[in-house]
Design a protein around this ligand. Structure first.
Ligand code: ADP
Ligand code: ASP
Ligand code: MG
Length: 477
């Protein structure tokens, strides 16, 4: 029998979906801090927890799978031992004897799944995206099993829930998207009995499942997205994303140590920042909550009393100008030119269709219609796939020189300045330009977001840190 929490969810308390990232649940001490955060808020709110794998675990799983598929016999054995040890340590330190007896067999079962999947990959010398999702999301199953048990050991009624039972996705393995209506219906139905009894669900982040029940994942860092998907499905009051920094900052603190916390950012600013590399949020995090205008808060589990950053439909601070600077550090700049019969619109249509067919996102694009030249930047990881596609699409045109050779420049970074109120503030691009110029940083391409919410500069990847600092300093962020 699961003991129930004193004040069941039936009383109309605000519902908080709280997502805890990998560093927030990395070990026994961190799990303890998370249990304290949940327990503290339970008095005033109803809480649904969403949890990432223990820090570093997803990387380990993916590496083990790839090595197994390359025939690296036995590597996964050492990974299995490390996984067992890390999870066991939390169980030893945080769980009552009764909870250990309940939970250790489940963890052992999850590790057996890891082992049998890896030996399957080694046997067929392949790991398909579908099989990879079944394996890479095992970390979340283990962490949710553990966190629910840590909560129970502390007297908080809790139950681990596999998001594969809640989040229905398309079949885009490795980067799946939720089917909104089905997800809302399943989530409400599955969680209702727990909520009625005041039991805190601890839901696995990152995972979902197709209509046929095949495990999918929402993309690396996707537990943030899980949090807002569930928040929207349940009409939560707020979604809180607990991480290892005090909030969204004016720049990645690893690049700019003097970066400041932003008390408030708008949905559009958060979308723009995460799209352009601010790792603090998965790029799709804001999407699910937009329609219902549910606020998202970024909080630090290492410093819970800090207010964090509130992400709301529109930020109230009317501070003019630029708000933050971010960057994509590993991009490729591609240039294609058309000749004679290959008009610019025709060239651009076909190139962008190629991007669409390969599901590749353009980070920035510039054109020179007069001489039929299109230049665009993409994530480096997408380039081999896109190159093959474009070479095939333009095979004849390349042969007959109706289009120029496919030119590309790798080791490019895109530096992006973001702010709602940049619109109508003249001279920002010029100042950023001069700030980079003074430091001898050459701007390879420049583009302004059509919404005037951002300005992007392509620079050499080796100069990205200095470029981000230069912009941050110039605008006194
Ligand atoms: P979690 O494991 O909690 O999901 P992540 O590592 O995915 O945490 O994201 C938090 C990290 O994002 C921070 O430690 C920080 O280094 C990085 N980061 C990048 N850009 C920003 C930014 N603008 N503001 C805050 N953090 C940022
Ligand atoms: N554990 C997953 C990852 O490392 C998801 C997440 O942490 O958000 O990508
Ligand atoms: Mg993250």
């Amino acid at each position: 029998m699961t003991k129930e929490n004193p004040a069941p969810g039936r009383a109309k308390k605000p519902l908080l979906v709280m997502k805890f990232g990998g560093t927030s649940v990395a070990n026994a001490e961190r799990m303890k801090a998370v249990a304290e955060i949940v327990a503290e808020h339970l008095g005033r709110s109803e809480v649904i927890a969403v949890v990432s794998a223990l820090g570093g675990v997803t990387d380990m799983l993916i590496r083990a799978a790839n090595e197994a598929s390359e025939g690296e016999q036995g590597h996964w054995n050492s990974v299995r031992r490390e996984l067992a040890q890390r999870h066991r340590e939390v169980a030893d330190q945080m769980l009552t004897a009764a909870e250990q007896a309940r939970v250790l067999p489940r963890l052992a079962e999850q590790l057996r799944r890891f082992e049998s999947l890896c030996s399957g990959f080694a046997l067929v010398r392949e790991v398909t995206p579908r099989a990879m999702d079944a394996l890479s999301s095992l970390g979340e199953l283990m962490s949710a099993t553990l966190l629910a048990a840590v909560l129970r050991s502390r007297g908080v009624a809790s139950e681990a829930v596999d998001a594969a039972e809640l989040i229905v996705t398309d079949e885009n393995f490795g980067n799946a998207s939720p089917l909104e209506a089905e997800t809302a219906a399943k989530t409400r139905e599955r969680l209702a009995p727990l909520r009625r009894r005041g039991i805190v669900p601890v839901v696995t982040g990152f995972r979902g499942a197709t209509r046929d029940g095949l495990a999918t994942t929402l993309g690396r860092g996707g537990s943030d997205y899980s949090g807002t998907i569930l928040g929207a499905a349940l009409d939560a009051s707020e979604v809180w994303i607990w991480t290892d920094v005090d909030g969204v900052m004016t720049a990645d603190p690893r690049f700019v140590p003097s970066a400041r916390i932003l008390p408030e950012v708008s949905y559009r600013e958060a979308i723009e920042l995460s799209f352009f590399g601010a790792k603090v949020l998965h790029p799709k995090t804001i999407q699910p909550v937009m329609k219902k205008r549910i606020p998202v808060r970024i909080k630090n589990s290492f410093n819970p009393s800090a207010k964090g950053t509130r992400i709301a439909p529109s930020a109230s601070s009317g501070q003019p100008g630029m708000k933050a600077v971010t960057c994509v550090t590993d991009a490729v700049l591609v240039t294609m030119s058309g000749k004679d019969t290959m008009s610019f619109p025709r060239l651009a249509t076909r190139v962008f269709n190629g991007l669409h067919l390969e599901s590749v996102t353009a980070l920035m694009a510039t054109q020179s219609s007069a001489d039929n030249v299109l230049c665009f930047a993409i994530h480096a990881i997408d380039w081999p796939r896109l190159k093959t596609r474009l070479e095939k699409m333009f095979e004849l045109e390349l042969l007959h020189e109706y289009v120029g050779p496919l030119e590309f420049r790798s080791k490019i970074a895109i530096v992006v300045a973001v702010g709602e109120n940049m619109k109508g503030t003249p001279g920002l691009a010029g100042r950023a330009f001069s700030a980079l110029g003074r430091r001898g940083i050459n701007i390879i391409a420049i583009a302004q977001g059509s919404s005037e919410l951002s300005i992007s500069f392509a620079v050499k990847a080796s100069e990205v840190k200095e470029a981000v600092s230069a912009v941050h300093e110039e605008f006194g962020l």
